[in-house]
Design a protein around this ligand. Structure first.
Ligand SMILES: N[C@@H](CCC(=O)N[C@@H](CS)C(=O)NCC(=O)O)C(=O)O
Length: 214
């Protein structure tokens, strides 16, 4: 007989500085989805965490339902799951708008990926100038491309108060750059992006998950 399915419960593995985990934490809160949070250090992963998610990356969402469970890794995969199971609220319904918002979100996610790689490279004993330069160039190019767009409308915002998923991702990426790669000079070189960050970072749906500055 098939196991009886009921409403699933969720557990989220996250680390406090991970921008990828932050986009999922914010989405879960925004969608009013209750979850049990497990804070971990990616540098000292516990056996329990690695058992749940063998790749050892955060975020990882454990979905439990009627005795069954599975774990989703990767923030984009988790957002897609939340969109499909929690009322289609992560991405816009209109296909063209959705594609534009997803494209913008991918840019912001790319900023996160390159900044994580840049930070990790700076931490290595024999760090490569070549790799660092390449990550920095990717970040600069993408920041310039985003700054060339109006930020107060789609794909970043729906209205004065409503950010899209891409808007949340952009703020998360900018705050992460600020703490992990401050020499990129957001405030000095990307004034419009910095203004966007300053305008939104104190929001109630963003401020509580802000990464510690050290
Ligand atoms: N594409 C993945 C990236 C996840 C990722 O790289 N997370 C970092 C923390 S910011 C991590 O878990 N690193 C651990 C490691 O590389 O061992 C996602 O979107 O979730």
């Amino acid at each position: 007989m098939l196991a009886q399915k009921s409403t699933p419960t969720f557990e989220l593995y996250f680390s406090v500085r991970s921008p990828f985990a932050r986009r999922v934490r914010i989405a879960l809160q925004r969608l009013l989805v209750p979850f049990e949070a497990h804070e971990i250090s990616v540098f000292e992963p516990s056996a329990e965490f690695l058992k749940a998610t063998p790749l050892g990356t955060v975020p990882a969402l454990v979905v439990r339902n009627g005795g069954d469970h599975f774990t989703l890794a990767d923030s984009a995969t988790i957002l897609e799951y939340l969109h499909d199971t929690q009322g289609g609220k992560v991405w816009p319904a209109d296909l063209e708008v959705r594609s534009r918002v997803r494209a913008a979100s991918t840019w912001a996610e790319g900023l996160m990926t390159n900044t994580v790689a840049l930070f990790l490279e700076t931490q290595r004993q024999a760090s490569s100038q070549e790799y660092k330069f390449e990550y920095e160039e990717n970040i600069r190019r993408t920041l310039r491309a985003i700054q060339g767009q109006p930020l107060n409308q789609l794909p970043w915002k729906i209205s004065d108060f409503q950010l899209t998923q891409a808007g949340y991702d952009l703020i998360i990426a900018l705050e992460y750059i600020e703490i992990r790669a401050p020499w990129m000079g957001l405030r000095e070189h990307y004034a419009d992006l910095y203004k966007f960050l300053e305008t939104h970072r104190k929001r109630q749906d963003l401020a509580p998950t802000a990464p510690p500055s050290t």
